[in-house]
Design a protein around this ligand. Structure first.
Ligand code: MV4
Length: 446
């Protein structure tokens, strides 16, 4: 049994992981940069270690410093959270080489899903639907053009090393294709040190729907339903909900079970998210994330499953405590990402919180590491809090959300709160009538 976990992250997710550890009776070690010495997770953890200066490269991405901190404090395991080293297969491997447990999937599965071509091939072989495309890397301009003719236009040239919206080029016609292909290849070589690219039919107005799964090392795998993450801007999700209004219970059950069975067949262990694009009543796989995600709480709210608790337990080699038949979906949940950013320009805003008041009452959950007087340093991601709201149905959830947003006080930095207040009243949002381009279009009309 794991006795002590080192949390290799910061901010709200470090606190979320720490809470799961405390609930399990596991000792906690916080690591922090010099900029985060007074962070909430440092205060709450049993022990803490400073791992370097503010720059992420020198602290939260500093593998020797983090593994040394784990060894010095006698931790049994490292939880990477999200971002930073969470999907670094080399790190996962090194952690295990040092006799520590990595709270995440096997390094091989991280590497497999990190290569978007390999991920898509694997998922196709498992029998799940993927976006029609080249079915592998296109290795020359000539072969690419022939594959493109078969797929049809518009299409996307995507980088194997990309993902999360990085390394994509649209070609709307044959005349645009050569340049899209060459540019994608050239940029991928620079950005990812890997110039392999593949082609996909471009879906014009999809929704982004992702399924949460969790699997243990005994072949048990379950799905926890889906999240609709279509409200995003420049590949940054802003607002997520569960369930999606476009899937009915029968479809969810059948499709979810297929996914879970596929993960079991793959021998996948840990939590994961399969990302799909939804268009015209169909889901098409695009990518898989092998980490816990920012928006996991909405799934926790509608299923009652503590996903991080289960993640730690399966990493520790325990059997999944839940079976598919035990999982039911109750009500509706929405998460608003409260970023320290100007809500019009999205320019990050650093500073000191001068007044803090959290909303509460039925159906309200706030995941954050904020407190009165805490500092928001300029060096990291601008996510400072997540407001998660749960209710019996979507309209009641929106009503609670409007109430909670008006109660929430975060003074001292700019936040996205005004945007969320607008969205909660927006007619298209109220009707759940949106695709992945909704938010950017909304901003163009302002
Ligand atoms: C696509 C697509 C349309 N068609 N693939 C961007 C993020 C990365 N995970 C995949 N992305 C997309 N892939 C095909 N074949 C549109 C996007 C896309 C997107 C997807 C999900 C959420 C937000 C997005 C914003 C812009 C583009």
């Amino acid at each position: 049994m794991i006795k002590k976990i080192l949390i290799a992250n910061r901010g709200e997710i470090a606190v979320r992981i720490l809470r799961a550890c405390k609930d399990l009776g596991i000792q906690t070690v916080a690591v922090h940069s010099t900029a985060d010495a007074e962070a909430m997770c440092v205060r709450l953890a049993d022990e803490s270690v400073c791992i370097g200066p503010p720059a992420p490269r020198e602290s939260y991405l500093n593998i020797p410093a983090i593994i040394s901190a784990a060894c010095i404090t006698g931790a049994d395991a490292i939880h990477p959270g999200f971002g930073f080293l969470s999907e670094n297969a080399t790190f996962a491997h090194m952690v295990e080489e040092h006799g520590l447990m990595f709270v995440g999937p096997k390094a091989d599965h991280i590497a497999m899903m990190g290569d978007k071509i390999m991920a898509k091939k694997t998922i196709t072989k498992l029998g799940l639907p993927t976006v029609p495309g080249s079915g592998g890397a296109v290795t020359s301009a000539d072969k690419a053009l022939r594959a493109a003719a078969e797929i049809g236009y518009p299409l996307l040239v995507k980088a194997a090393g990309g993902g999360g919206g990085r390394g994509m080029k649209v070609a709307r016609s044959k005349t645009e294709f050569a340049e899209a292909y060459e540019t994608a290849k050239r940029e991928a070589a620079i950005a990812f040190g890997n110039d392999r690219v593949y082609l996909e039919k471009y879906l014009e107005k999809p929704r982004h729907i992702e399924f949460q799964i969790i699997a243990d090392k005994y072949g048990n795998a379950v799905h926890l339903g889906e999240r609709d993450c279509s409200l995003q801007r420049r590949n940054q999700k802003i607002w997520e909900e569960a369930p999606s209004v476009v899937l009915n219970p029968e479809f969810r059950d059948e499709f979810g079970r297929k996914i879970a069975q596929s993960m079991s067949q793959l021998g996948y262990v840990g939590v994961g998210t399969l990302e799909f694009l939804y268009e015209d009543g169909q889901l098409f796989f695009i990518e898989m994330n092998t980490r816990i995600q920012v928006e996991h709480p909405i799934t926790e709210m509608i299923t009652g499953v503590d996903i991080i608790r289960e993640q730690i337990l399966v990493a520790d080699g325990q059997k999944l405590s839940i079976r598919q038949d035990d999982i039911s979906f109750r009500g509706h949940a929405i998460e608003c990402r409260i970023n320290a950013e100007n809500y019009k320009t999205f320019i990050p805003s650093a500073g000191t919180i001068s007044n803090y008041h959290c909303p509460g009452g039925p159906g309200i959950r706030v995941d954050s590491a904020l407190y009165d007087g805490c500092k928001i340093p300029p060096y990291y991601d601008s996510l400072i809090a997540k407001l998660i709201v749960h209710a019996n149905d979507r309209q009641q959830c929106l009503a609670r959300l409007r109430r909670a947003l008006r109660e929430y006080v975060i003074d001292g930095v700019d936040t996205l709160m005004p945007l969320h207040i607008e969205l909660a009243d927006n007619i298209n949002v109220v009707n759940a009538d949106f695709d992945i381009h909704f938010l950017e279009k909304l901003y163009n009309t302002l």
